[in-house]
Design a protein around this ligand. Structure first.
Ligand code: NAD
Length: 481
């Protein structure tokens, strides 16, 4: 099942052992499960050349035929869901209980959705008296996709599916932490009939990503990563006036009012902080709970979090796995120390497990205040901050007091208040009495420092194509002299 070489270029696996060795570590045991090699300049060149040469022909295909390739790829992904999920678990350490339902399946959803949408992408006829104009939706060219390590299969497809739908080619660089899954996406697309060169995968860290963004042949970059990387990549794309989609980090508020269903709110807080061991960009890591139910909420939260089944993510009974890497684990541990030293009350977890692998307990802090580091910075791990509030006005102001704006949610039984509060939250995706559901049918992306552009839904089409206007003159041209 594992990919057979480091890169996938021009329709086939490609190896170049001159590139630096990148061991792939299974985070649950620390074992080396594979080795890939960083793309050398020759590999990067081969991928860009293949993409550049293949794109024009692909764009000239009948749209329904392009769609058929994507839909076939979706079917293959669903048929192989078990193997792909197991690979995702090895790559990331996420429990197979999660990967079976969240990764190849959501990648397949994107391939199916955009494959179905492709034939509807038409322009407009604009009457102008005697003259008229029409618009055409045309591809951008070669798009660069750069991924984070938390959802390697999903990110490869969420970028690839709309890009290919619109007639572009893609060169995708996965995170150096999780290089394996995107290769399977490329392999499946070719098996489904995609022409060679339309979707290429090259490995490497930031320098390889930078080379792709800076190459004059690439027209667009879509990055999923941290806000700090986003600023660099966005600036680099702007230097050549390239299109950019930036899917970055968050520090999102989850607001729970006194009248909320406590069990449902506790479930949401668990999902919004501990799914994928907290390595989810849209997580609701600032849990604002209204004073009247705070103690009841905390008691149930701690009781239920104690029931997490922490262990080998390959075991389907496990529902809480390791962090992706030792580095990420030590970042999370240092935030836990800061939480304690700045005076937050540790009510659950906080300890690294005394066993091989990158495990830390799901961690809950109460009595967190807005100025504490754990309430201000994205941790990207299983650390929940519970903050108390009294009034609606107050919580809206505090929820928005961040440079980030990816997500947010409100839990309340009062429908009008639910809508009023989510309307006031500055974030790209907000939920009422729900958290972190991001189906392909709806746009996903950030406001403020959480990014620009949108993935998924019809909105993604705007970010992988451009409009061309054709003005048709129907009478002789007149001039002043
Ligand atoms: P990261 O920013 O360290 O790396 C992201 C990717 O960018 C990697 O592939 C990396 O190699 C590449 N990169 C780094 N420097 C680069 C450069 N100068 N030029 C081009 N590419 C470069 O992020 P990470 O640690 O892999 O992922 C975690 C972050 O991603 C978190 O902040 C999280 O919130 C965010 N994230 C966002 C979303 C979203 O959709 N909004 C989804 C998942 C993760």
């Amino acid at each position: 099942m594992q990919p057979t070489a480091s890169h996938f270029v021009n329709g086939a696996y490609l190896e170049d052992t001159d590139g630096a060795r990148m061991p792939v570590i299974f985070p649950a045991t620390g074992e080396e499960i594979a080795v890939v090699h960083e793309a050398t300049p020759a590999v990067v060149e081969a991928a860009l050349k293949a993409a550049f040469e293949a794109q024009k022909e692909w764009a000239a295909w009948m749209p329904v035929e392009r769609g058929r390739v994507l839909r076939r790829a979706a079917d293959i992904m669903r048929e192989r869901n078990r193997e792909l999920s197991e690979l995702e678990t090895l790559d990331t350490g996420k429990p197979v209980q999660e990967t079976l339902v969240a990764d190849a399946t959501s990648a397949a959803d994107a391939l199916e959705y955009f494959g179905g949408l492709v034939a509807t992408l038409t322009g407009e006829h604009v009457p102008l008296g005697g003259d008229w104009a029409y618009t055409m939706r045309v591809p951008l060219g070669v798009c660069v996709g750069i991924g984070a390590w938390n959802y390697p299969t999903q990110i490869a497809a969420w970028k690839g599916a709309p890009a290919l739908t619109c007639g572009n080619a893609m060169v995708f660089k996965p995170s150096e932490q999780t290089p394996l899954c995107a290769l399977k996406v490329a392999e499946i697309l070719v098996e489904a009939g995609a022409p060679a060169g339309i979707y290429n995968v090259v490995q490497g860290a930031g320098a390889v990503g930078k080379a792709l963004v800076e190459d004059a042949r690439t027209a667009k970059v879509s990055l999923t990563g941290s806000a700090a990387t986003g600023k660099k990549v966005y600036a680099s794309a702007a230097a050549q006036m390239k299109h950019a989609t930036m899917e970055l980090g968050g520090k999102s508020p989850l607001i729970i009012f006194d009248d909320a269903d406590v069990e449902s709110a506790v479930s949401a807080a668990i999902n919004a902080n501990f799914y994928a061991s907290g390595q989810v960009c849209s997580n609701g890591t600032r849990v604002f709970v209204q004073r009247g139910i705070k103690e009841a909420f905390l008691a149930r939260l701690v009781e239920r979090t104690a029931q997490a089944v922490i262990g080998d993510p390959r075991d389907e009974a496990t529902n809480f796995g390791p962090m992706v890497s030792e580095d990420q684990l030590s970042i999370v541990c240092s935030y836990v120390e800061k939480g304690v030293s700045e005076g937050a009350r540790l009510v659950h977890g906080g300890k690294r497990l005394d066993q091989p692998g990158c495990f830390i307990e799901p961690t809950i802090f109460a009595d967190v205040t807005d100025d504490m580091t754990i309430a201000r910075e994205e941790i990207f791990g299983p650390v929940m901050s519970v903050l108390e509030f009294e009034t609606e006005e107050e919580v809206i102001e505090r929820a928005n007091a961040t440079d980030l704006g990816l997500s947010g949610a409100v839990f309340t039984a009062d429908l009008t208040r639910g809508h009023r509060v989510v309307h006031a939250i500055d974030a790209g995706s907000v939920w009422i009495n729900q958290y972190n559901l991001t189906p392909v049918e709806v746009p996903f992306g950030g406001m403020k420092g959480s990014g620009v552009g949108r993935e998924n839904s019809k909105a993604a089409i705007e970010h992988y194509s451009q409009l061309k206007t054709v003005y048709v003159g129907m009478s002789p041209v007149e001039a002043a002299f």
